[in-house]
Design a binder for this molecule. Structure first.
Ligand SMILES: C[S@@+](CC[C@H](N)C(=O)[O-])C[C@H]1O[C@@H](n2cnc3c(N)ncnc32)[C@H](O)[C@@H]1O
Length: 245
């Protein structure tokens, strides 16, 4: 599992970005009273940590053992974490008030099953809230990486957002918005270290092309940073409701 090898790099870079998104999600949800939130694909628990100051029960689930072990290490009040698959949730139907999936759906080949499961475990009137990154901006690390990999004909060819929106038809009041979020990388070298566990990079190692690709990525990132342009992701937010009975 990719994220088992990615925990340290993730914590150095994406955690900061996830926390920024988490604070936006918390301000948006304004959770009051009591309820139960599912932090789907919870990673190392940094989003749950932001939410645990409210009086809600929080359950985090993730496929990666290493991520869950970091989440458990936080010893957060009102939170439980378990290893499990969001495509086959180990919960009964209709038990969560909020299903939150931060930067999860873009990792999945089968978003339809994820959404069917999300719908099943939500209570009537429950809310789904998903985020995913898209690569549209010049200052986007993914865009730089994709162009580096394209020149060696490896890796993701498309910069289209994940195609799951049609599978949200069961939910009502579906709304989208996108905002730019900065990525906490300080140099081209750090960007390369961050990317080095990706499977596309592993393929490059076999072909002895890693050095050339890393030189390209590193110089592009350093160039942006020297122009005081921080790396930016555009994050899309999708929110919908399960209709009440
Ligand atoms: C980009 S990370 C986001 C982690 C966390 N939500 C955050 O915002 O920091 C994506 C996470 O989704 C998890 N993941 C991917 N597919 C999954 C699945 N089918 N079920 C559960 N977790 C999954 C990965 O292990 C990883 O921890």
């Amino acid at each position: 599992m990719l994220y088992d090898n990615f925990v340290n790099a993730y914590e150095k870079t994406f955690e900061e970005c996830s926390r920024t998104i988490g604070r936006i999600l918390k301000a948006f949800l304004q959770l009051k009273g009591k309820g139960h939130l599912l932090d789907a694909g919870c990673g190392n628990g940094c989003i749950s940590e932001i939410f645990c100051s409210v009086d809600w029960e929080i359950t985090g689930i993730d496929l990666s053992k290493s991520m869950i072990s970091r989440a458990l290490g936080r010893e957060l009040p009102n939170c439980q974490f378990l290893i499990g698959d969001c495509l086959k949730l180990p919960f009964g139907s209709g038990i969560f008030d909020v299903y939150l999936g931060n930067l999860l759906i873009n990792n999945l080949k089968d978003p339809k099953t994820l959404l069917t499961e999300a719908y099943r475990v939500l209570k009537p009137d429950g809310m789904i809230l998903l985020t995913y990154p898209i690569c549209r901006l010049q200052t986007d690390l993914l865009k730089i990486m994709k162009s580096a990999l394209r020149s060696v004909k490896i890796g993701p060819k498309s910069s289209k957002p994940p195609n799951f929106l049609q599978h949200l038809s069961e939910f009502s009041s579906v709304q989208h918005s996108c905002i730019p979020i900065g990525l906490n990388l300080k140099s081209g070298l750090e960007a390369c270290q961050f990317l080095s566990s990706l499977k596309e990079i592993k393929q490059l190692e076999k072909l002895n092309l890693k050095q050339a690709v890393f030189q390209f990525i590193s110089s592009k990132v350093d160039q942006l940073l020297s122009q005081n342009k921080c790396l930016v992701f555009e994050i899309c937010f999708v929110v919908g409701k399960k209709l009440g009975l």
